[in-house]
Write a protein that binds this ligand. Structure first.
Ligand code: GDP
Ligand code: MN
Length: 431
């Protein structure tokens, strides 16, 4: 799955996750909302550069040859080559070509060409991607700068304080999640009143908390203000810079960039939304869409087959509550056909991570008997190997239960959602 695009956060973690992407990740939760547009680093950095934020000079390449050319053109003392995928943790990632590290520094343009060859067209797996990783179609070739200190900076919309919050830590770099988990006192926050905007003293205080000294403090504060203005201007839900670093020459630089955008703002951010790169979309998601089914991937092992987004969320939460982890949810929607039920099962059972399937359908518009027929057909034809727990309620449910009972298939019937979740979690735990 394209981890950074998918998601949602379960139960009690939601509050924490809403506060900060790094808190969420420290909990092993992905917080990027499914609907939030996510851009590649090079696209985010272009937006930053256009808005007065300091980033390195760079080119983007799709072939090793172009990467080599770009490296030469930069005429830099040192070059940094970075795989462009939406997930973070690239520095410590591994390519399917065997190459270790999605971020490489070198002084030799020829090395850039050779490394790019081992990146482009291969999958890069990081802590934030699925095991198989994400295919790399582009690399960024940038002028490398020495970094004397790495800090962490993020601006996000925080539900708990009804507006933007700036989150920062003097201990930035690749292991920021670790800092959030073990040294929470090193995480600083600055709540911004969206109507009054960011105050000079707030930006300065954050710069100071991040450990910027002397003239660097003003420079960092200035960068923070520019990032905040960009955050508002592009209708971002999150701007994350890690590392937000300083160079020995006394420059504050955004070495990495991750911006998510509020999809509700699409109508007034046409240029940004036109940059959406769907090549990282989950193929299962695309396949599901072909049958008018909505699929959302997560990282657990219980597949959820539901109708309606509300029921999907409730199902995921209750699985969470009983100690399980949803693998995904597939939303049937309203006017469902038996063939869609079959396709849905086909998709779910093809996912190797799925160890149990939980069906939770409330028949309002949907006729439960159609679902039951779809389920029994799918079970037989696909020779379903994983435990199946079914909770049906609503229209024509008696007929549906009869169909399931008389099918002779090993289907676990559940009386309600709680019961269904318990049974699904237990079936996985007993394996
Ligand atoms: P991520 O691993 O996906 O977060 O990718 P980053 O862009 O953050 O790069 C990972 C790490 O590489 C950073 O934390 C830096 O330590 C290092 N790095 C990235 N760019 C540069 C650079 O221009 N110069 C130096 N010296 N290190 C860099
Ligand atoms: Mn980074």
């Amino acid at each position: 799955m394209a981890a950074s695009r998918s998601v949602r956060v379960g139960g009690a973690l939601r509050g924490l996750a809403a506060k900060s992407p790094l808190f969420a990740r420290a909990q092993g939760v992905q917080v990027t909302h499914k609907r939030w547009l996510n851009l590649q680093e090079y696209q985010s950095k272009k937006l930053m550069a256009d808005n007065g934020v300091t980033v390195q000079r760079f080119f983007v390449a799709e072939t090793a040859k172009d990467a080599l050319e770009a490296a030469k053109k930069l005429k830099a003392r040192e070059i940094v080559l970075k795989a462009q995928i939406l997930a973070g943790g690239r520095g410590k990632g591994v390519f399917s070509s065997g190459l270790k590290g999605g971020v490489h520094l070198t002084k030799d343009p020829d090395v850039v060409g050779k490394l790019a060859k081992q990146m482009l067209g291969y999958n890069l797996a990081t802590k934030q991607t699925a095991k198989e990783g994400v295919k790399v179609n582009k690399v960024m070739v940038a002028e490398a700068l020495d970094i004397s200190r790495e800090t962490y900076l993020a601006i996000l919309m925080d539900r708990a304080c009804n507006g933007p919050v700036i989150v920062g830590s003097p201990q930035g770099g690749v292991d920021i999640e670790e800092v959030a988990a073990t040294n929470p006192e090193l995480i600083f926050k600055e709540e911004i009143d969206i109507f009054e905007g960011i105050k000079d003293n707030q930006a300065l205080r954050m710069a100071e908390n991040l450990g910027f000294d002397g003239p660097l403090q003003q420079q960092a504060a200035d960068q923070i203000k520019k990032l905040y203005h960009l955050f508002l201007k592009v209708d971002a839900t999150q701007v994350e810079v890690n590392p937000f670093g300083e160079t020995p020459e006394g420059q504050v630089v955004c070495f990495d960039a991750k911006i998510n955008f509020d999809d509700n703002a699409e109508f007034r951010q046409e240029e940004i939304f036109a940059m959406d790169d769907t090549s990282e979309n989950d193929p299962i998601e695309t396949e599901a869409a072909n049958y008018d089914l909505k699929y959302i991937g997560m990282d657990g092992n219980i597949a959820c087959f539901v109708n309606g987004a509300g029921l999907a969320m409730a199902t995921c939460d209750i699985i969470d509550l009983h100690g399980g982890k949803p693998a995904n949810f597939l939303d049937l929607g309203g006017g469902v056909q038996e063939s869609q039920v079959y396709q849905a099962f086909k998709l779910l059972s093809a996912d190797p991570r799925v160890e149990a399937i939980l069906v939770n359908i409330f028949g309002g518009i949907v006729n439960c008997a159609i679902i039951a027929n779809g389920i029994t057909k799918a079970c037989r034809e696909l020779e379903l190997k994983v435990p199946l727990v079914v909770r049906l309620e609503g229209t024509n449910v008696h007929e549906a239960k009869r169909i399931l009972n008389e099918s002779g298939l090993p289907i676990m019937a559940a009386i309600d959602l709680d019961d269904a979740a318990k049974k699904a979690v237990a079936s996985v735990a007993n394996k």
